[in-house]
Design a binder for this molecule. Sequence first.
Ligand code: ATP
Ligand code: ZN
Length: 214
Amino acid sequence: MSNINIRIAVQKSGRLSDDSLKLFKECGIKFESGGSKLRSISSNFPIEFLFLRDDDIPGYVEDGVADLGVIGLNVLEENRKEVEIVKELGFSKCRLSLAIPRNEVYTDLSYFEGKNIATSYPNLTNNFLKSKGVSAHTHEISGSVEIAPSIGLAEGICDIVSTGGTLLSNGLKEVAEVFKSQAVLISNKSLTAEKKNILDKLTFRIDSVQRGQN
Ligand code: ATP
Ligand code: ZN
């Protein structure tokens, strides 16, 4: 048996982490996680886990530093890294939506014509508006996007929503969905035959876990 491991990057801690670890454990893969450990090699499957910030994962997979990764489709599509999407994983479901102050009257997307929109996702936001024939300005900020309208930074926002609770508590209302996201398994575009073989074994196990859930 060869001693090659496939290397997979998963989020260290955040909204992708728990379900990612749960999936691999349900696949029967034994490994240590948690604590300050940033790498872990499985004791019963040829895989090494790297625990990273989610934003770094697509780049690492593109460069081949990691062979595989688990990432939100929103982050992947925003950054457009050259990687293969192997499969949808069905967790960390959320949507990227446009929102405006609750007391504003919303008609349709033309509302955003000529307006400033604060977002951490300028590419997805611009593409969406352009495809709808609306020209607006995006203002990129890296976090706490919901605060932008109340401090006069922008008239609207485009941000990740799951329940809408954060919007509501910041006096905003969701008016249009821009992008639907979930976690996906990605791979480097030029895996060796040996690593492809390991990936096949992994996806076979993921498929059976997913079948058991449906
Ligand atoms: P990191 O510290 O790793 O950079 P982060 O703060 O950027 O983490 P998280 O908030 O943990 O990221 O979100 C990671 C991904 O989980 C998002 O990119 C998105 O795909 C998904 N996600 C975000 N918010 C939610 C939510 N409320 N419910 C479900 N999934 C979500
Ligand atoms: Zn992040």
